[in-house]
Structure formats: C-alpha cells, structure tokens
Design a protein around this ligand. Structure first.
Ligand code: G3H
Ligand code: 13P
Ligand code: ZN
Length: 312
C-alpha cells in the first residue's frame, strides 16, 4: 500500500459519523507509536508534520520513516503538512511526497487568505495532493480576552461557504472554541464548543469535511504523572472527550492531537528516570515512551474518533 490522500478517508468518515485522527510527528518513536495503534485497531490515520517538526527532523527523514510505516502497517496513511505558513513550504512538501498540505492563512485579511489558499490548491491539485485551509482564529485563553471579544474569532458559516467555493479547498479548519496547547481553559472555566456553527456549516455545505485543531483533552492522568515525577505543570483543562465525539458525528472529519502525545511521552520518560536513575541507554526510556504514545492513540481512536476498524 502507498501513502493515500485524505479524500476517501473523509468521504467515509462523513458518511459514517466518525473522524480520522491527525497526530503530530517529530521522530521515529512517535511515528511508530501512532502507527502501531492504527495497525492494532485497523484504523486509517493521518500523520502530520509541522514546519517546526520538519526543521527538527528533516523533510527526507520524515518522508522515509512514514513510507516505512506505510509498508509495515497495511492501513491507509496520509502524510500531511500541519499549519503550512506559505506557498513555498507547501510546494516543498508536495514535491517531497506529502499527500496533503494545510495552508494556514487564518491570520491574513479574508481576501488575501482566499488568494493564497487558491494558489496552493491549484499547485496541489495538479500534483495529486489535497489541501486544508483555515478560516477564523482559534479561540484563545489569553487573560485579557473577554468572552465577547473571543466570540469575534469564531468562524462565520456564511464565510465558510464563500471561502470553500472560491478556493476549491478540500477541507477547512474552523474555530468553534478549541485552542492549541495544554492550557486551553482557566481553572474553573467550563469548556464549550459552538455546535451551532458546526450545524450551520453542515447545512450550507453538506458532505464537506471540517477540521478541528487544538483538540487535545489534556489527559489528566499524564499531567498528574508529570507532577508526581518531578515536573510542575499547573492545572490544565482540555476539550472534553464527549464534545469531541459529538463533533466527530457531525461535519468534523479530522481531529488534530499533539499536546496529549507530548504529555504522554514526557510523563513516561519522567517516570522512567525517577524509577531508574541509573539508566542511560535511550532504548530503556524510549521504549515505554513509544508505548505510551500508542496507548493514547488507541484511546483516542476508540473513545473519541470512532475510527476503529474503519480500515477493514
Ligand atoms: O498546532 C501546532 C502543533 O502542535 C505543532 O506544534 O509547531 O511546535 O511543532 P509545533
Ligand atoms: P493540541 O495542542 O490541542 O494537541 O492541537 C494540536 C493541533 O491542532 C495541531 O495542528
Ligand atoms: Zn493546529
């Protein structure tokens, strides 16, 4: 099996009321942990690489490791550029073998976002690659952002329709209340997602795949493990799993998770060194860390995404 685009994955996910997990990769152990879960559960999966991950590992290393994972796993895998910042980065990834790219023009004025996204779509489609765009800014948790001002960054459904029609983009990330990182909400704050926006988008563009960024649940067991083994993370609240499950049953076909993987990896390594202070062979601590990644991904696939068995 070769790398695939997300086209059929999303068509099936939309019809079936589930979502595909898009997990960020930076090294071999993370790739192996994610793909081990996908293989075990017979689930399609998206491996996504940020510009930062590409600068860290090198484009060629990422592509070759992912190609090895494809050969080993036997499940459909797409290789996606996460948060592509400009045309040139998208082009390099398309030329380098990625099957999907995101062009993140969300911080640009609307018409500039359209023009840039359209340019990437034209190049990508001519090379058999699909494109994710972004419209709206993910709701932030900055201290000085009051709720009313936060509302302004939510995506407007009427703009989604116009944006998709004018750019030809294959999927779109929208802002309905998620945010990036491990500190999404303040202690005591109640997480809320704007399902009304999602519903309206679904009515205006039936069958069109929507993407949720910033969708880690910030799994408390790993935050606790980090703190029990020498770390000091403040209380962190993520997106509740039942909300993500509901979103997956609606127009959301791709759910991005990075922070939960970072937490699991770090918690596992901290625990290992706490319990084995004399160890210095990387295999001794990277093996359980890789297993922790696999556990998290299996948990997401079963309880959040609903994509278990969908590669059969
Ligand atoms: O949304 C961003 C992802 O978590 C990737 O983060 O740019 O630090 O690799 P990064
Ligand atoms: P989290 O920080 O919630 O894991 O989101 C990751 C993401 O959106 C990557 O694009
Ligand atoms: Zn993101």
């Amino acid at each position: 099996m070769a790398l695939v685009t997300t086209k059929k994955m999303f068509e099936d996910a939309y019809k079936g009321g589930y979502a595909i997990g898009a997990f960020n990769v930076n090294n071999m152990e993370i790739i192996q942990g994610i793909v081990g879960a996908a293989k075990n559960l017979k689930a399609p999966v998206i491996l996504q690489c940020s510009k930062g991950a590409r600068d860290y590992a090198g484009l060629k290393y990422i592509v070759k490791m992912v190609e090895a994972a494809v050969e080993e796993s036997g499940v459909p895998i797409a290789l996606h550029l996460d948060h592509g910042p400009d045309f040139e980065t998208c082009k390099q990834c398309i030329d380098g073998g990625f099957t999907s790219v995101m062009i993140d023009g969300s911080s640009l004025p609307y018409e500039e976002n359209i023009a840039l996204t359209k340019k990437v779509v034209e190049y990508a489609h001519a090379h058999g690659c699909v494109v994710e765009g972004e419209l709206g800014t993910l709701a932030g948790v900055e201290d000085d952002v009051v709720v009313e001002e936060g509302n302004e960054s939510y995506t407007r459904p009427e703009e989604v329709e116009d944006f998709v029609n004018r750019t030809g983009v294959d999927s779109l990330a929208i802002a309905i209340g998620t945010s990036h990182g491990a500190y999404k909400f303040k202690p005591g704050q109640k997480p809320q997602l704007r399902f009304d926006i999602l519903e309206e988008v679904g009515k205006r563009l039936p069958g069109f795949p929507i993407v949720l960024h910033g969708a880690s649940s910030v799994m408390p067991e790993y935050v606790q493990m980090i703190n029990e083994h020498g770390g000091s993370m403040p209380d962190a609240i993520g997106i509740p799993e039942d909300m993500l499950r509901k979103a997956s049953s609606m127009a959301v076909c791709k759910i991005n998770v990075d922070s939960d993987l970072r937490l699991a990896l770090t918690a596992s390594i901290r625990k290992h060194f706490d319990e084995n202070p004399g160890h210095f062979d990387p295999r001794q601590y990277l093996k359980p860390a890789r297993a922790a990644i696999q556990d998290v991904v299996e948990h997401k696939m079963k309880n959040v995404l609903g994509c278990e068995g969908k590669a059969e």
